[in-house]
Design a protein around this ligand. Structure first.
Ligand code: IPM
Ligand code: MG
Length: 344
């Protein structure tokens, strides 16, 4: 029997609309090729949801998501996203950063530093400073604001478990981002090392987050899996965009304990190019590939990777990647057409 998957599509705002539409068109084609079906239902989130329902993450969207096999997310400027992550306890955020050989010259780093770079960021997504006690107040010294970086030990240990398992299945090196010289009550090193007792073949390498940021630029080839809390993971993974040449290429998966997930590019709404058919859909497509992989549709993922690599090696570039005359500048829509031809 033909398998059928339900996708909850949440385009959000800005280029989110275009990149989700583009990705879904490509996905429908790969589904035909590999003999499965995709049922897509749309939900609102962010500003659009607020205008319509007075809530950035309305109950109807939450319902829609809970009935789906996966959530394909576009982008929002503010509101809705953190609630969605928290609602489904998407504590695992996987952000792969892998160099595409035909785009080596797009990075601001020298090519010989980049060849073979293949990093997996594992970012904790539902705790830390994004979700700790916060507010504004006033005392004798003036007005103030605060956000608290709080982690339960078990929250660090459960994300450590995921990162260790990933490292074990890859090259066996887990770098742990921490800031224990200033924040000693968040002992990431000790907690990860406790869990690592069960993973004798993984080398755990604790690294101060400021040094880690520098090492990512000096020697990106060193890294395999990088584990970080919510805020540090957010900041470090954008460096990944600089490494591969455009943040528009990077995708992510956010998963909970049962493997249910939401899939989104790591870029934002890009209001300056929104609605102009210029956006790069490859970040959202990369996220959708992670969704297919999670469902076990590995042959479909292979087809998509091949199509993407062929198109890029032929020199087709959306404007974020276009730099010289030997390349062909394409719109979002034209890039989709190229995929449809490749996947036919
Ligand atoms: C990301 C984004 C979000 C984050 C913003 C939009 C809240 O930067 O997913 O990387 O910080 O988590
Ligand atoms: Mg970010």
């Amino acid at each position: 029997m033909t398998k059928e998957y339900q996708i909850a599509a949440l385009p959000g705002e800005g280029i989110g609309l275009e990149v989700v539409e583009a990705t879904l068109t490509i996905l429908q084609q790969v589904a035909i090729k590999h003999d499965f079906k995709l049922q897509v239902d749309y939900g609102v989130i962010g500003q659009a949801a607020f205008q319509q329902y007075g809530s950035y993450f309305p109950e109807s969207t939450s319902q829609l998501c809970s009935q789906a096999d996966g959530i394909l997310f576009g982008a929002v400027s503010r509101g809705g996203l953190l609630e969605l992550r928290k609602k489904f306890d998407f504590f695992v955020n996987l952000r792969p950063v892998k160099i595409i050989p035909s785009l080596l010259d797009k990075s601001s780093l020298k090519s010989d530093r980049l060849a073979g770079v293949d990093i997996l960021f594992v970012r904790e997504l539902v705790s830390g400073i994004y979700f700790g006690a916060s507010g504004r107040g006033e005392d004798a010294l003036g007005n103030y604001g605060y956000h608290t970086m709080q982690y339960y030990d078990w929250q660090i240990k459960r994300i450590a478990e995921v990162a260790l398992a990933k490292a074990k299945a890859r090259r066996g090196l887990l770098t742990v981002a921490h800031k224990e010289n200033a924040l000693p009550h968040l002992p990431w090193t000790k907690l990860v090392e406790e869990v690592a007792q069960e993973y004798p073949d993984v080398i755990v390498e604790p690294m101060l987050v400021d040094n880690l940021a520098m090492q990512l630029i000096i020697n990106p080839q060193h890294f395999d899996v990088i584990l970080a809390g919510n805020l540090f993971g957010d900041i470090l993974s954008d460096l990944g965009g600089a490494l591969v040449g455009s943040i528009g290429l990077l995708g992510s998966a956010s998963l909970n304990e049962s493997g249910f997930g939401m899939y989104e590019a790591i870029h934002g709404t890009a209001p300056n190019i929104a609605g102009k058919n210029l956006a790069n859909p490859l970040g959202t497509l990369a996220s959708a590939m992670m969704m297919l992989e999670q469902w076990g549709e590995v042959a479909a993922v292979k087809s998509l990777q091949q199509a993407r690599d062929t198109i890029l090696s032929q020199g087709y570039r959306t404007q974020d990647l276009y730099s010289h005359g030997t390349e062909t500048l394409v719109t979002t829509q034209e890039l989709v057409e190229l995929f449809l031809e490749e996947l036919f």
